[in-house]
Structure formats: structure tokens, C-alpha cells
Write a protein that binds this ligand. Structure first.
Ligand code: SAH
Length: 362
């Protein structure tokens, strides 16, 4: 089939699309038109692009395609959170989440199928690393979520807190952010994007030099090297002390702060001593702390602390002048909360696919 030879237009930045158009002998300005159809209006069928001539639509459809993750399943939580199971072109699946009214709209997207970091309390880590997503697949989640939920014209936030470690898939992640930022498309400003990372230090140093600089969230989760080694295995390579130094050097804009995420595990990292050590660690950083009481799962060998324990931890930080918030768990009933994204058997059976297709039509 000639399908495989077609170029994915949804994986190209405007300048790349212009180059392709030139090669096809099509006027460059049509590239922007196509970009607008894809990213502003969420259209992926050339036939529907009514301001392109019929002849041009046929030529484009011959050489290009607009690849979009396919919605296989949609769950809605009692709190309004929506989780989409999306199938990629190789049959692999990922999950993406829409969290309404935070007070803004927030899309939580994945950067990898699975994850290599294997944090001890995270279900995605249990999948191991399957593969990196490409830029079109990362940004495509936002396009599909916005289209499915009727939010294409609404301002929204994006958090790279789904499956995967964004700094372990650096180039495609940054390209995805450029695809989303382009003024011909969704025009998402950097201040509306948050990149969450365990702290892959060489990549963090690169991020510090990016012209398009998202907000930074660092998954800290521990206040000693030993505990962090056990919870976040990459700490054995890029240790806590070096991570803190890198954060001190990170160029945060004047009114901004680095968010430090801290999953609270009962009896493991939630003692008053931990709280005080955390205060000292962050003393010279423009920081805010986001406490995340563990979202439990049967295969996770830790427990969520009581509300009183969470509160006591938060109070110690606040009393020392640290900004602190406790993350409200959203979508727990549909397994859409932090650390709960996992896709079992990521390749749907042909029978399942057929059933889905029939269901979608019926
Ligand atoms: N790999 C990136 C982004 C993905 S996870 C990172 O680690 O930052 C987003 C956040 O959810 C991280 O802080 C992660 O540690 C946290 N998380 C993972 N499993 C969790 C769980 N079971 N309960 C609560 N938070 C969890």
C-alpha cells in the first residue's frame, strides 16, 4: 500500500511543512493553511479543508496524511475528569487525561509508552519502557482531547505528567511543544505548559537553554540520597545533591518558581524530620512544593498517609515560609490519577478492534 510512504503532516513544524510543499511544487503559503486546519480546527481529512482547491486537496492527500491517535475508550470520573485510551498507528496504546475546572482546563499527556524510570510507587513504571512517542503523537493527544471535548477554542494548560519521562525523550518532547505553541495552530504559550521530570540532569541542563521554556516541576519525593535511591532509581545516576544544585542554576523567570512534587508514602518519607530536611534542601531555590498523597494500587507496596499526617507535613513547610499545596486527587475512580496510568496488553486484538469500529459506527 502507498499509505506507508505518505508523510505525517501532523508531525511537522510549519517550516518543515513549507519545505515539503516546495518539494511537491505547491506554493509555500498553503503550508500555513494546512497547519491551521490541523491544529486550530482539529481537522484531519483533506476533503474537509474547504479553502483549498479540489485539485490541491487531492495532491496533498496523495503525498501526505494527518496521523491522529485514535480514541479506543473514554472514561469519565464522578469528578468530571476524562481519561482517553488512545491507539497509535503501531497499535500501541497510551492514556491522556482532561481535568476540568482546576480552575482552568488541564490536559495531562504522555511522552512515552511505558517508562524506564521505574519509580517504586508508579504503575506506569511497572510497564517498563516500550517506546518513545514522536512529536506528532505527543502534541496529537492535545489535539484529540481538545477536539473530543469541544475545547479547541478554549485556553487550557498542558502538563507533561502522563505516562513517561519527558526528559528521557527530549527532542520529540520539545518539538511537540513547538507544534503546540505555533501561532498558526493552538498557540499555547510556554507559561501554560508544565514539564514534570525525575531530573535527568544532562537534559535538564539543555532545557535551561531553550527559547521556549515551560514551567518546571521536579519529582523529588525524598530528602536523603538513600531514600531517593530506593524510590526513584535514576537517583543512583543523577543524585539528589546534584539535582538540587541544577535547580539552583535553573533560570526561572522573575515571578516564577520551580514546583517540587513530593509523593507522601506512609512512614517512608513523611516524617517531621523529612519535612525539615526538605525546607533546608530548598532554602536557596525559588520553590513551591506540591505534596501528593500516594494514589494506592494493589501492586504498589506503600500506603497513603492519613490526612492528619499530610497536614502535619504541610504545616512544617508552611511555617518555614515555603509555598505548599496538597494535590487533590482527580479521577481516582477511573484510574486517571497520578501514577495510575498503565495500559495492559497495549496491542488490541483484531477482534477487539473490529468490535470497537462497529461500536463507533453504531
Ligand atoms: N516522569 C515524570 C512525569 C510523570 S508522573 C515525573 O516523574 O515527574 C507525574 C507525577 O506523578 C510524578 O511526580 C510522579 O512521581 C507522580 N506519581 C507517580 N506515581 C504516583 C502515585 N502512585 N501516586 C501519586 N503520585 C504518583
Amino acid at each position: 500500500m502507498s499509505d506507508t510512504a505518505r508523510i505525517d503532516a501532523a508531525g511537522l513544524e510549519v517550516a518543515e511543512l513549507e519545505t515539503v510543499f516546495e518539494r511537491l511544487g505547491v506554493a509555500r503559503f498553503h503550508a500555513r493553511q494546512l497547519y491551521r486546519w490541523i491544529w486550530r480546527r482539529g481537522v484531519d481529512d483533506f476533503e474537509a479543508m474547504s479553502d483549498l482547491s479540489r485539485d490541491l486537496r487531492v495532491r496533498l492527500a496523495d503525498a501526505l496524511e494527518v496521523v491522529s491517535p485514535r480514541v479506543v475508550h473514554r472514561d469519565m470520573s464522578t469528578d468530571g475528569t476524562v481519561k482517553l485510551l488512545l491507539e497509535l498507528s503501531d497499535g500501541r496504546c497510551i492514556e491522556s487525561v482532561h481535568i476540568p475546572d482546576t480552575p482552568a482546563q488541564t490536559f495531562c499527556v504522555s511522552t512515552q509508552v511505558g517508562c524506564a524510570m521505574r519509580c517504586a510507587f508508579c504503575l506506569t513504571g511497572k510497564m517498563g519502557m516500550v517506546r518513545n512517542l514522536n512529536a506528532g503523537e505527543i502534541a496529537g493527544q492535545v489535539r484529540v482531547l481538545a477536539r473530543e471535548l469541544g475545547l479547541l477554542d478554549v485556553a487550557f494548560n498542558i502538563v507533561l505528567m502522563g505516562m513517561g519521562e519527558p526528559l528521557h525523550n527530549y527532542d520529540e518532547t520539545m518539538k511537540a511543544l513547538r507544534l503546540l505553541a505555533d501561532p498558526n495552530g493552538m498557540a499555547v504559550p510556554a507559561r501554560r505548559v508544565t514539564l514534570s521530570t525525575v531530573g535527568v540532569l544532562p537534559a535538564l541542563a539543555r532545557l535551561a537553554t531553550e527559547p521556549y521554556m515551560p514551567n518546571l516541576a521536579v519529582s523529588l519525593h525524598a530528602t536523603t540520597e538513600d531514600v531517593r535511591d530506593a524510590l526513584v532509581p535514576v537517583n543512583r545516576k543523577y543524585g539528589l545533591a546534584d539535582l538540587i544544585e541544577a535547580c539552583k542554576r535553573f533560570p526561572v523567570k522573575r515571578r516564577d518558581r520551580i514546583t517540587f512534587e513530593y509523593v507522601l508514602l506512609d512512614g517512608v518519607n513523611d516524617t517531621p524530620q523529612d519535612a525539615r530536611r526538605l525546607v533546608r534542601l530548598l532554602a536557596d531555590i525559588r520553590a513551591k512544593v506540591n505534596l501528593i498523597p500516594l494514589n494506592e494500587a494493589p501492586s504498589i507496596p506503600f500506603a497513603r498517609p492519613s490526612d492528619a499526617r499530610v497536614d502535619a507535613f504541610a504545616r512544617i513547610l508552611a511555617a518555614k515560609g515555603l509555598r505548599v499545596s496538597v494535590r487533590k486527587s482527580r479521577g481516582r475512580d477511573i484510574r486517571a490519577a497520578c501514577g495510575q496510568l498503565i495500559v495492559e496488553g497495549t496491542r488490541p486484538s483484531p477482534a477487539q478492534r473490529l468490535a470497537d469500529q462497529l461500536g463507533a459506527r453504531g
